[in-house]
Each structure stands twice: as structure tokens, then as C-alpha cells.
Write a protein that binds this ligand. Structure first.
Ligand code: THU
Length: 131
């Protein structure tokens, strides 16, 4: 499954729309039910409207009726590992399972695995709100 997720993320990179930064990002997420959703970054001439690849994949997942992410793969057109931006870390927190793994692949195919709690320590999330 991880190899398939990596392949889907690499395909998503090729679909990225990034004429301004020329930096392409592709992700593939796996839901707790085992479904896969990929996403790429989508930039805009009004720069701040740019959609990160993670956000695009989360939108596809929620639209399909899924709300729990157990694994995420991120690749980019850069040589080095691409770590999720701060805003996307917070977006991921909203839907992450306790054990969600974040797999970062560089161009050489090396993989680094992180937990969201490492990337977003002392987070503010739904646990902090009355619901
Ligand atoms: N980008 C993502 O899609 N995800 C990240 O986690 C990091 C940054 C995109 C946004 C923008 O289109 C480009 O990378 C450069 O910042």
C-alpha cells in the first residue's frame, strides 16, 4: 500500500499547477477505512489563494464522506524532503487518527516518517473545545 501511495503522490506532482513558485507538491492520504485520496498544489495569480496539496487531498476525502486520516505521503519536485506547511499541519490535525504517520519522500526515494505530534507540538484542536 505504501508503494501505491508513493506512486499516486508522484502522479499528483505531475498535475500540480504552480506557475508562480515552480514548486510542485503531490500527496496521497490513506483513510482509516483504507481509501486513498491524492492532491496537488493549485496556485493562483492572487498568491494567497494558493491551495496546498494536503488541503486538496483533504477536500477530496471529506467530499467522499471520509474524515479520518491514518497515513499521508508527501513528495515534491524539490530534491529534498518536503514537510507540510504550518497551516496544513493544523488542517491535518483536524482529521488525523492518533497514530497517523507522515511519510516524506525525497527525489532519491529515501523516506522519513514523522508523527503529527512532532511536527505540531502543543497543538490546539478539537480536544480543546467543548463539543
Ligand atoms: N506547498 C504545498 O502544496 N504543501 C506544503 O506542505 C508546502 C507548500 C505548495 C504551496 C505552493 O504552491 C508551493 O508549495 C510553494 O510554497
Amino acid at each position: 500500500m505504501l508503494a501505491q501511495m508513493h506512486a499516486l503522490a508522484l502522479t499528483a506532482v505531475t498535475q500540480a499547477y504552480s506557475p508562480y513558485s515552480h514548486f510542485k507538491v503531490g500527496v496521497c492520504l490513506e483513510t482509516a477505512s483504507g481509501q486513498l485520496f491524492s492532491g496537488c498544489n493549485i496556485e493562483n495569480a492572487s498568491y494567497s489563494l494558493t491551495l496546498c496539496a494536503e488541503s486538496a487531498a483533504i477536500a477530496a476525502m471529506v467530499t467522499a464522506g471520509q474524515q479520518r486520516i491514518q497515513r499521508l505521503v508527501i513528495v515534491s519536485s524539490g530534491e529534498d524532503f518536503c514537510s507540510p506547511c504550518g497551516a496544513c499541519r493544523q488542517r491535518l490535525l483536524e482529521f488525523a487518527t492518533e497514530a497517523m504517520e507522515i511519510h516524506l519522500f525525497n527525489q532519491a526515494g529515501d523516506c522519513r516518517v514523522h508523527w503529527l505530534s512532532e511536527l505540531l507540538p502543543f497543538s490546539f484542536g478539537k480536544k480543546d473545545l467543548p463539543c
